[in-house]
Ligand binder design. Sequence first.
Ligand code: ADP
Ligand code: 5GP
Length: 195
Amino acid sequence: MNRRAFPIVISGPSGSGKTTICQRILADDPLAAYSVSVTTRPPRPGEVDGDHYEFVTEGEFDALVADGALAEWAVVHGYRYGTRRSVIDAHLADGEDVLMDLDVQGGMSMRKAYPESLLVFIQPPSHEVLEARLRNRATDSEEVISTRLRNAIAECECSPDYDTCVVNDSLEHAVDEVRLVIARERIKRDMGSGK
Ligand code: ADP
Ligand code: 5GP
């Protein structure tokens, strides 16, 4: 395959809907593949090693950083998260656009490491809705939810640094909008006009 594939970074505060939107896009987009990150966060119930994340120890993460194996990494909500350069490059070499669920630090790092990246920010409709969705998700303790809500304010302030911002009010609309942004970008790049 000789299309020029590119990384697609999806960022937004915890609970904004990044995971849900990525899953919906991946379900019916043969040209997109998911980048599984490495993390020191313990798995949530139901999370599968190698599928949701590659779960590693602090020592293993240190070794990846020392070896220069990570294209980007950051401390998010108290744990380290990173992306293996080899994972991104393998998908790109296969002609697959690489969907990456990253925090805003990761988004900015990707802009430098892979300047061809498309950066999409997922915005919650309001702080109150975000809080309700985090509680409904029921995957995190009260303490973890409080940290994530506190961090949400600073994260949303970074949205102007992104190529586009999508408000996740109705899930259907948000997914359609992200699909449209990706489709438009592919056409632009296939036509060779750049971003
Ligand atoms: P993130 O990956 O950004 O932390 P999730 O995809 O886990 O967010 O979404 C947080 C919660 O909100 C999940 O329980 C999800 O099912 C729900 N959710 C996502 N988008 C919507 C939406 N548009 N309307 C209502 N609930 C939503
Ligand atoms: P969660 O613990 O909810 O799965 O993810 C917490 C945060 O870490 C989210 O904002 C998510 O986007 C971010 N994240 C996940 N993987 C990576 C990664 O590889 N690098 C960076 N920088 N952030 C990541």
